[in-house]
Design a binder for this molecule. Structure first.
Ligand SMILES: Cc1ncc(COP(=O)(O)O)c(C=O)c1O
Length: 369
């Protein structure tokens, strides 16, 4: 097993020559924002996402804000969402004056427990926001049947799920309303960036308007909007990576498959694996049996040259700030996961020997080491 100081990083951004050239061409064009590259990236993403209307935005959090605002999230309303995610899922809810209502999660997937959703709904609910955590799609068929019965829109936080597929084989984002992030750590990235994808033309139209100060025609404003525009520099960086989504997902999947097949460690719980699922493996996340064990695993892995990270060390429902604001709730499973999950590198740029090294670390670790 390797014991040198070369650490296998969890995330790594590699900029291709094609991307460099594309950015230079933007810099020389004189049109740095919302120009031809933004239009082109929207078209490419639309073709990736089965023809969905695509609105490129400055980042995922802004995308969620625009989608929620378009869905009527505002003062006096609730948004029902998962207790286990990044704070970017709920910041827009609170910024818009609404209240997040947390639903506990499924222990195995970390995704919201659909069986608990209905009890959280009320006439105050403006939207349900599931998160496809670590790139694993939530069962949207089951969730949609509840939402349809209540006539409540769903906004999918797909910030970690570009390239993921639903059980019926359709791309996440090809139907309904979904928001993606292209932040530096994501499967495809332009540093900062986001996308609202929707099969509903009226939602796309509203999001486009809100993205641009509520304006369709210069200096005419139909709504108090936001500045959520993507720059052409972001779009140029993203353009060629859109074409690589399939290959990136395939490679991450192959690494996840390798870990699933080669790690047989009774002290770890591996994520569920199925050839048929549409997980895009944004993270490969295992669980230990205690927080202390997780700390030991992380230290041991680092000693053996493997970086690990914890997504997320505190459940949203247990964040001190969220509790202070009065939105806290006891969600025991989300809290248990926050103490025991740990993610290891699964990125597509890993070499074969690095994948083997990560697998050995997971397989060889014992709590008494
Ligand atoms: C689940 C989730 N929601 C929201 C966000 C916010 O996206 P961004 O960082 O692009 O604003 C992220 C990514 O960071 C995320 O992982």
């Amino acid at each position: 097993m390797r014991m040198d100081c070369q650490v296998i990083r969890l995330a790594e951004v590699r900029v291709t020559q094609e991307q460099e050239q594309a950015v230079i061409s933007v810099l020389r064009s004189g049109q740095l924002a919302m120009g031809q590259h933004t239009k082109e990236v929207e078209l490419r993403l639309s073709s990736l996402l089965g023809g969905a209307h695509c609105v490129a935005v400055s980042n995922g959090t802004v995308g969620l804000t625009l989608a929620m605002a378009a869905a009527g999230v505002g003062p006096g309303r609730d948004v029902v969402t998962t207790a286990f995610s990044f704070i970017g899922t709920i910041e827009p809810v609170i910024q818009l004056g609404a209240s997040p209502v947390f639903v506990d999660v499924d222990m195995d997937t970390g995704n919201l427990d659909i069986a608990q959703v209905e009890a959280a709904l009320s006439e105050r609910t403006a939207a349900i926001v599931p998160v496809h955590l670590y790139g694993r799609p939530v069962d949207m068929t089951a969730l949609r049947s509840i939402a349809d019965r209540w006539r409540i829109p769903i906004i999918e936080d797909a910030c970690q799920a570009i390239g993921a597929k639903h059980v019926d084989g359709s791309m996440v984002g090809s139907s309904g309303i979904a928001v993606f992030s292209f932040y530096g750590s994501k499967n495809v990235t332009c540093g900062e960036g986001g996308l609202v994808a929707t099969s509903a033309p009226e939602v796309a139209e509203r999001v486009r308007l809100l993205r641009n100060h509520g304006s369709g025609v210069a200096y005419e404003h139909q709504a108090i909007g936001y500045n959520g525009r993507m720059t052409d520099i972001q779009a140029a960086l993203l353009q060629s990576t859109v074409d690589r989504v399939g290959a990136v997902t395939r490679d991450r999947r192959a690494h996840a498959r390798y870990y699933d097949q080669s790690v047989h460690n009774p002290h770890l719980v591996k994520p569920p694996w199925s050839e048929a699922d549409g997980n895009c493996w944004h993270q490969y996340t295992v669980r230990t049996h205690s927080e202390a064990a997780r700390d030991k695993l992380r230290a041991w892995a680092l000693q053996l040259g493997v970086e690990t990270r914890v997504y997320y060390p505190t459940a949203l429902s247990a964040l001190p700030l969220v509790r202070k604001l009065g939105f806290g709730r006891s969600c025991p499973r989300a809290e248990a996961l926050s103490k025991t999950v740990v993610s290891v590198p699964v990125r597509e740029s890993l070499s074969e020997s690095e994948v083997v090294q990560v697998g050995e670390v997971l397989d060889g670790w014992r709590p008494d080491l």
